[in-house]
Structures are given as C-alpha cells and as structure tokens.
Design a protein around this ligand. Sequence first.
Ligand code: HEC
Length: 137
Amino acid sequence: MKRVGMGVAAVLAMVTLTAVPGVRAQGGDAQSDATKPEFFTTRVEPIFQQNCNKCHAGLFHRGGLNMGTREGMLTGGHHGPAVVPGDPAKSLLLLLVKHEGPEDPGPMPPKKAKLSDADIATIEQWIKAGAIMPESK
Ligand code: HEC
C-alpha cells in the first residue's frame, strides 16, 4: 500500500491544493466512489472551480445558471435543467463541455480549450451516479 498509482497521486495533489477540511485521501476510496459526496468535493468541484465558477457561481450566474449548489444545477438556467441525475445524455452541462450540445448556448467554457477527456469523464461519472453532493451544497 506504500506505492500509489498516478490516479491516487493526482487525487492527493488535489486534496492538498484545495485543502478540504476533514477530507483525507485514504487509498482513494471515497474519492473514487462516485456515490460519495467526497467524489464531488475532491474531484468534480475543483474542475468547476477552475473552469466554470467565475461565471456560474458566487457573483455571476451566466445564462441564469448557478453551479454553486446542487439545486442550481438541477434547476439550470434559461435552457432548463443543466444536470439530470443519473442521465448524462440529458444533462446540458455535460453536452456543452463535450462540445456536443446545441449552438445556443454553445460549448463551455466559452472561447477556451475543451476540458480534458479525464475531466469530462469525471463529470460524466458523477452525473451517472446521481450527481451526489454534500448536503450543505
Ligand atoms: C467566461 C464565462 C463562462 C465560463 C468560464 C463558463 N460559462 Fe457557461 N455560460 C456562460 C454564458 C455567458 C452562458 C449563457 C450563454 C447563452 O445563453 O448564450 C453560459 C451558459 C451555460 C449553460 C447553459 C445555461 C442555460 O440554461 O442557458 C451551461 C450548462 C453552462 N454554461 C455550463 C458551463 C460549464 C460546465 C462551465 C465550465 C466547464 C462553464 N459553463 C464555463 C459563460 C461562461
């Protein structure tokens, strides 16, 4: 158990960077189990914080979408629900980051490089497992 794979190392780095209180990487269990809220806080939320939240959380809710809360993502914005728990194919948020969504509102993030395949897969896995988040969100 001393040797950690690339995936676990990445998770460890992320946990250290975001310094989530009370969350410790323990062999990646909760962090690799998409049905656990830790999957969101350690793996999905950092992607959103880095690529989306300056336009979709806090001060700004572009397109009417607040990605700062689960409620906000389920309700979505002007184009309806952004996340449909358990149904990635119906989740506008995922379609837009995959560049497979409608022209309007267009690919997300706008005018930026597409997210990495790994990040897109993480978001997809999270939605598939029910878009689980901590109750405080
Ligand atoms: C630079 C600002 C900016 C960033 C960064 C950004 N968005 Fe957007 N987003 C917008 C704007 C502006 C709209 C509204 C576009 C429109 O309606 O034509 C929008 C619309 C959306 C919508 C549709 C909302 C609706 O119902 O109309 C989704 C879903 C979305 N963004 C997801 C994301 C995701 C996921 C990310 C990160 C990967 C992201 N966005 C990053 C500016 C941004």
